[in-house]
Ligand binder design. Sequence first.
Ligand SMILES: NC(=O)c1ccc[n+]([C@@H]2O[C@H](COP(=O)([O-])OP(=O)(O)OC[C@H]3O[C@@H](n4cnc5c(N)ncnc54)[C@H](O)[C@@H]3O)[C@@H](O)[C@H]2O)c1
Length: 336
Amino acid sequence: MKVLVTGGAGYIGSHVVQMLIERGYEVVVFDNLSAGHAEAVHPQATLVVGDLLHKPDLIALFEQHRFDGILHFASHIMVGESMQKPFKYLYDNVVGVMHVLEQATAHGVKRFILSSTANLYDAPQVIPIREDEPLIPGSVYGETKFMAERMLLWMDRLYGLKSACLRYFNASGAHPDGHIGEDHHPETHLIPLVLQVALGQREAITVYGDDYDTPDGTCIRDYIHVLDLADAHILALEALADGQSRVYNLGNGKGYSVLEVIETARQVTGHPIPTVRGARRAGDLPVLVADSTKIQRELGWQPEFGSLRVIIETAWRWHQTHPHGYRRDERANPEG
Ligand SMILES: NC(=O)c1ccc[n+]([C@@H]2O[C@H](COP(=O)([O-])OP(=O)(O)OC[C@H]3O[C@@H](n4cnc5c(N)ncnc54)[C@H](O)[C@@H]3O)[C@@H](O)[C@H]2O)c1
């Protein structure tokens, strides 16, 4: 099978690409490298540098390749930024997916995987969160994923494009051999920020709120290892052969508090990782954990790297070997 991975030079996409190659897929990555890294793309994948917003790039791509499936990761990803710059998110994320869908349907592609988000569940009634919770996007970013999911309903009905929407919270960890990992600028995710303290790149980590109704007072979140995510994306792609579109939540089944993350990082790195007490952030819910029973039952997916310690150990290996991410040479020699 030949598949297109949009955003395949990014954090999650690059891990999915590697796993696809290992499982015998032919992979074409389409990425504008605005947040991704050419070095992150597996050498056996074809990297096409282009922009989803620039239709001619996509037209040329689909003229050159015939795809059996598409995994769509390319988007802006920061919840906070989406509230400051709503039009950047509404325009780029929505038009981006629309352009891909336009080409996919014109060329008869029948399988589509959307990297969606659990930010669609802003007012969960039951935790862990199931797929049938009301869909209430918690940000403009979440709204753009909601709109993409809605478009996919119509693509199925009108063109028979079968899709799987995968909703998850915090992708984390890195490939265990440490050659690819998370390199976001700016970094907004807790685990890499904590590890930047251990690397001496930050003085301390701020804990936003320690008076929540949780056992240690800090927010509990669901961290899912990037390779478990990759496995789920590929299982979902293969499952679409049965002609049924679907939606799955992905999570560890277990949440970890901010203090648990910091404590585990102290154990893994041997660094004291000082903390600073900060005020609660607007909109933060005390506990967000996804229920992934449905994908486990239907596709046999099982998180293999579920323990927080393993997640942090693999992330630490990546950060230790790439303290400045992929762009280390650029930074070492900014004139060059
Ligand atoms: N990281 C998480 O915790 C998380 C959680 C839930 C969902 N997601 C979703 O997973 C996907 C990947 O997230 P990530 O953390 O790997 O992000 P990332 O920023 O590392 O990867 C996104 C990639 O898309 C590319 N891209 C962005 N706009 C593009 C455009 N217009 N044309 C071509 N390429 C473009 C970027 O260069 C980058 O390589 C995103 O869609 C995100 O919304 C991420």
